[in-house]
Design a protein around this ligand. Structure first.
Ligand code: UD1
Length: 364
């Protein structure tokens, strides 16, 4: 029996491991033993437990409870606790997803113990080393034996960095697997399914570079307030952002910017799928809006997900008020960017990942 540890620590990780676990349970339950390690990087009910319930992920086998701290402390605490688990369980493979601190911490521990590492969402690059996620992506890819790539740019980046073709597997996007799966079972009869009557936009914002710097944050909010005067904005607020908002006063958040708590997966999907526009600095939402064909303005200077710009509905609006407003004006005149769904974003990425692993470990 192949023993696999799947690591998840932060909200987007739970969304990414769900289809992998579902595929193991459905097609490989006799051949693969899956062990879930939740590092506890995200720990609030709305950021963590609700995703396990909502996406029907089995209860974690290990909960490390590391919580929030500086990058070094958080990464180190995950490493200390994860090493013990690896020594006890001796897995054949550790699967890490995405680009959070839990991803790099567990990849590093596993590799040094001689355990193979698979990285889901490998090869994405913003080429901006001021982002902690870019450092996490690069280091994780250096350590990984299986590089599961979500878009073609990932193949090019990994080859440039000298990775052998045999390690690179273009499988598509597990976040899109979850999106299609959850969309199909969205309960529209739920009384909470009622949407705002008028056209609306949805906003998410949590990058340290956008919200930790007060001047930058004020500038973004200034632009958003102008947009909200024409198009109401619904804004589920990440804990980091809420702390900043509270520390700085209301920052001129207007009545037309509706602040919401972090939403469970299905409640959030139900909301944004009907938005006329999404404004975000998230990585995943850039991909999800491209998949459903909803115009997206990304409040960043760069993206590690160029397929969403080159093929999808995404526009880089930057983080200055003038840049955001110019992008919004072009949305108004054009009615929003049209796009197509990138290759292999078809809901079957997890199946392809398991096929690669099954062939490699000869468990078919
Ligand atoms: C992390 C990831 C980021 C990802 C995001 C998704 C890293 C370096 N960053 O950023 O890539 O896009 O998750 O949400 O791994 N907090 C709570 N409750 C929680 C979690 C966090 O209150 O459940 C607060 C804490 O005060 C913490 C802050 O939010 O200091 C930030 O949390 P942290 O895990 O450090 O990073 P994120 O900003 O969530």
């Amino acid at each position: 029996m192949l023993k696999i540890i799947l690591v998840a620590g932060a909200r987007p990780n739970f969304i990414k491991i769900a289809p992998i676990l579902r595929t193991i349970d459905r097609d490989y339950s006799i051949k693969i033993q899956s062990i879930i390690v939740h590092t506890g990087q995200h720990y609030d009910y709305e950021m963590s437990q609700t995703f396990f319930d909502n996406l029907e992920i089995k209860h974690p086998d290990y909960y490390l409870g590391v919580g929030s701290s500086s990058h070094a402390v958080q990464t180190a605490q995950i490493m200390l606790a994860f090493e013990e688990i690896c020594l006890k369980e001796r897995p054949d493979l550790v699967i890490v997803v995405g680009d959070v601190n839990s991803t790099v911490a567990c990849a590093l521990v596993a590799k040094k113990l001689g355990i193979r590492v698979a990285h889901v969402e490998a090869g994405l690059r913003s080429h901006d080393l001021t982002m902690p996620e870019e450092i996490n992506r690069m280091v994780t890819d250096v350590l990984s034996d299986f590089l599961f790539v979500s878009e073609r740019s990932g193949i090019i980046n990994l080859k440039k960095e000298g990775k052998p073709d045999s390690a690179i597997h273009f499988v598509g996007n597990v976040m899109v697997d979850t999106l299609y799966f959850e969309l199909a079972r969205l309960d529209m009869t739920d009384p909470k399914a009622q949407q705002p009557a008028e056209p609306f936009a949805v906003l998410t914002l949590h990058r340290p570079s956008n919200v930790d710097d007060e001047e930058k944050f004020r500038e973004i909010i200034r632009a958003l307030a102008i947009i909200a005067a024409e198009l109401p904005i619904y804004f589920p607020v990440h804990p980091r952002t809420r702390q900043r908002l509270e520390a700085m006063g209301s920052l001129g958040v207007t009545n037309n910017i509706h602040l919401l708590p972090p939403l469970p997966y299905q409640a959030f999907l139900r909301l944004w799928k009907d938005a006329v526009l999404v404004l975000t600095d998230s990585g995943g939402l850039q991909e999800e809006t491209t998949t459903l064909g909803i115009p997206c303005l990304t409040l960043r200077e760069n993206t590690e997900r160029p397929a969403t710009i080159e093929e999808g509905t995404n526009i880089l609006a930057g983080t200055t008020a003038s840049g955001i407003l110019a992008a919004y004006e072009s949305f108004k005149t054009s009615g929003g960017k049209r796009g197509r769904i990138p290759e292999l974003w078809d809901g079957k990425a997890a199946e392809r990942i398991l096929t690669v692993l099954a062939e490699h470990y000869a468990i078919r």
